[in-house]
Design a protein around this ligand. Structure first.
Ligand SMILES: [Zn+2]
Length: 765
């Protein structure tokens, strides 16, 4: 799971074990009725103690139809947040504040190893083993810069209890065996494990994972910004582990880190949905918490960063991307500022709002000054407001730059801020950003409880007021009042947090054609330093450990001890959606009537079979630009403003409908999707109408800018997910549909676009 900062939240997750299944519609026999579940909540009274947990606070959160319960385990001071909501997709998560002080990857390696077997369930990789025993809609574990979390979600109560047992035992009673450390962390091993005389190399799951983690310059830069701008405490190190430092880690360090950080006193439990709370509290207290005493956790507290009195500038080298722009245009520049303390809920809210105003869409000041002159490859993906750390960070960065453009970009940054201070923001632009918040509150994502957890985890991790952070309506009202009562409110905030903020880092990156070679050389030196002092006996025991590990890995696991759902646990009742089929003219239409919280959702498919192969090749580009060119009556800025004031955006994408029965049969098409508040439904249809009625695209300059932006994002992720591209190309060799997909979204598409753009015939395209 790798969420980018351009979406609402970002997670620095190193573990890609995302096993999300589609939000299944199965209603279970053990489902708890609303009445039953509400009664459970109704039993809780502030000040009373339930299974060792004191109820500290009960608050309604009207915007989400939630009743929030804050509990504290009296003996261990473990915190518990329960969000009751009549939603069957229940979530449970155990979260720890993990704040490493070195680069050995302690929290990341520990996260891997606790999932290698525990006292009750000595089975490696329980998530994968549970796939055919569970109806989970999500199972994962993630390491952030200062927390480690273990969340899952399911709609089945028996499943909820089963997974809870596995998760709790994994984190509180892991086996942490030496061989698991060797396998997941790092080890020296013979290149040929059967040959004691063969060369020694360093191996290990996390060691290898982290060698690959920084294969994209975006990731290198993002990590470096964090390390440099908040250098004094845990953010000064790489929590996932620096491959050059991982081999300094010992098994004892790891066991000790577990004792220090995975203690109930450092735990935050989270549950969401309509399952009863009492049983969970009883199980946690009986099985784990009642057996522990309080342990002081001051060592995991992250203090606010001391703010600088002078801005800083640094330069680093990165990879040269041979699929990307020419060498001279592969430089990146970022400007980052340390902003609010995350526990200051209102300041943080205002800053996330200001960030939207400043960078999002063609009406924002930075888009106008940085993107429209079309001298770069657009914003870097980490552009935005990062609320994952104690001190929140604003970052704006441009990719695809020439080195000589660096001073110009810094100058543009400063003059843009000056201009905002002088002229303020356009009222229509403010209105469209406010609308985005309004619709964002009402829009329910398919895994809502998980979405809320990701949104609050960092605030909670630093003991911020989570309940007030969730009161978005209150925050929004306060902001609107502040804007109303002081027309310079936003400008004053920009002055305070941007103009007068000396804690500013300018970080630049240039490509180095020797980057990989240098890394290989460094690894060689590292191995040399590890091997040079070894005696003959040492080498013999490394060889024997290697053989032992191979034997271990090959031995069958007793998965029968894992709990499983049976057919009796699963109901055959399916939640039927009220569905009406009709026709608008020749267009078959399906209307689904469900409670959507005041939002209307639209999806439409246009069949493109009649296009020529050449036209099909242009389809991805067409989809990416068609809603960004303006219409017959409006230029692209006016149109964007209208779209963002009336809807959550108009999405157009390439679509393939593959036949379920025949390998090579598919229908190519375009997928249209959008949603809006019910009151704006007529406007939404009108906006689509305007797009359909476009008969020519005249603004060649705008088109050229959009093509440049499209191109510079095209090769993002290729180095990171080479395997996915390879799989897609391979599938293209055996299926017609997959071949077409590869043509339009895979490596073939990249080379087609590169050739096309070289012609520079923007008008004829
Ligand atoms: Zn990992």
């Amino acid at each position: 799971m790798l969420c980018r900062r351009l979406s609402n939240f970002k997670l620095n997750t190193y573990r890609i074990r995302q096993l999300i299944r589609n939000h299944s519609a199965i209603i279970t026999k053990t489902d708890i009725s609303e009445e039953h579940a509400s009664n459970d909540i109704a039993n809780f009274k502030v000040g009373e103690t339930v299974h060792g947990f004191e109820v500290k606070d009960i608050q309604p959160l009207k915007e989400f139809n939630i009743t929030a319960l804050n509990l504290l385990h009296l003996k261990t001071k473990a915190e518990y947040l329960h969000l009751f909501r009549n939603d069957s997709n229940n979530v449970f998560s155990i979260n720890f504040r993990t704040t490493p002080k070195d680069n050995t990857g302690l929290p990341h390696i520990l996260e891997h190893i606790v999932l290698c077997g525990s006292h009750l369930f000595p089975v490696r990789d329980p998530f994968f083993k549970m796939l055919n025993r569970s109806l989970a809609t999500f199972m994962n574990a993630m390491t952030g810069a200062d927390y480690t979390m273990y969340p899952f979600s399911t709609q089945n109560y028996q499943d909820f209890c089963n997974l809870q047992k596995i998760y709790l035992d994994a984190v509180f009673k892991p086996n942490l065996r030496y061989f698991d450390f060797l396998q997941e962390g790092w080890r020296l091993e013979n290149t040929n494990p059967q040959d004691v005389k063969s060369d020694l190399i360093i191996k290990g799951v996390v060691y290898n994972e982290m060698k690959g983690a920084f294969s994209e310059n975006d990731r290198i830069l993002e990590q470096k910004v964090l390390n440099l701008i908040l250098p004094d405490h845990t953010y000064g190190v790489i929590s996932g582990g620096d491959p050059m430092k991982i081999p300094d880690l010992t098994w004892d360090d790891l066991k000790n880190f577990h004792k220090l950080c995975y203690h109930p006193s450092n735990a935050r439990f989270y549950s969401y949905g309509n399952f009863p709370l009492t049983n969970t509290l009883k199980y946690i207290d009986d099985t784990y918490l009642s057996q522990c005493d309080y342990q002081n956790q001051n060592h995991t507290v992250v203090p606010p960063q001391k703010h600088w009195t002078e801005p800083k500038q640094e330069h680093i080298m990165g990879r040269y991307d041979n699929l990307g722009e020419v060498f001279e245009k592969q430089n990146i520049l970022t400007v980052s500022l340390a902003m609010s303390d995350i526990t200051n809920i209102y300041d943080t809210f205002v800053l996330s709002f200001l960030t939207e105003l400043l960078i999002r869409g063609p009406n924002s000041p930075f888009y106008k000054t940085m993107i429209e002159p079309n001298f770069s490859g657009g914003f870097i993906p980490s552009t935005g407001f990062d609320t994952q750390t104690r001190d929140c960070i604003f970052t704006i960065g441009l990719q695809g730059l020439k080195q000589e453009d660096f001073p110009k970009v810094i100058d543009i940054y400063e003059t843009t801020i000056e201009e905002v201070l002088k002229s303020g923001f356009d009222a229509k632009h403010i209105e469209s950003v406010l609308h985005r918040y309004e619709i964002g509150i009402k829009h329910e994502t398919s895994n809502f409880g998980l979405h809320l957890l990701f949104g609050i985890i960092s605030t909670w991790n630093h003991s911020g007021d989570v309940i007030n952070a969730l009161r978005i309506n209150t925050l929004l009202e306060k902001l609107q009042n502040d804007i109303k009562s002081d027309k310079f409110f936003l400008q004053k905030s920009v002055e305070r947090f941007f103009k007068n903020n000396k804690h500013r880092l300018v970080l630049t990156l240039s490509p180095d054609k020797e980057y990989e070679k240098k890394q290989l050389e460094a690894e060689k030196q590292l191995i040399k330093s590890k091997v040079s002092g070894l005696t003959q006996e040492n080498k013999q025991s490394i060889y024997e450990a290697g053989l032992e590990l191979l034997k271990e890995q090959a031995s069958p696991q007793n998965t029968n001890i894992l709990p499983t759902l049976t057919m009796d646990d699963i109901s055959d009742d399916i939640d039927h959606v009220n569905r009406e089929k009709s026709k608008f003219g020749p267009v078959p239409t399906q209307l689904n009537k469900v409670n959507t919280n005041g939002i209307t959702y639209f999806r439409g498919i246009i069949n493109t079979s009649q296009l020529t192969p050449e036209q099909h090749m242009l389809l991805p580009l067409f989809c990416s630009i068609i809603t960004k060119m303006g219409t017959r009556k409006m230029n692209y800025r006016e149109f964007d403003n209208l779209v963002m004031t009336k809807t959550a955006g108009l999405d157009v994408g390439v679509h393939f409908a593959e036949s379920l029965y025949q390998l090579h049969v598919y229908e190519p098409g375009i997928l249209l999707s959008s949603y809006c508040l019910d009151k704006n439904i007529e406007s939404m249809w009108q906006l689509w109408q305007d797009i359909f009625n476009l008969n020519e695209l005249k603004d060649v300059k705008r088109f050229e800018t959009l093509v440049q932006l499209y191109m510079s994002n095209l090769t993002h992720g290729v180095a990171d997910s080479g395997h996915a591209y390879a799989m897609q190309s391979a599938a293209g060799l055996i299926s017609g549909a997959a071949y077409q997909k590869d043509l339009l979204t895979g490596l073939q598409h990249i080379s087609y676009m590169k050739t096309l753009v070289k012609t520079k015939r923007y008008e004829s395209i």
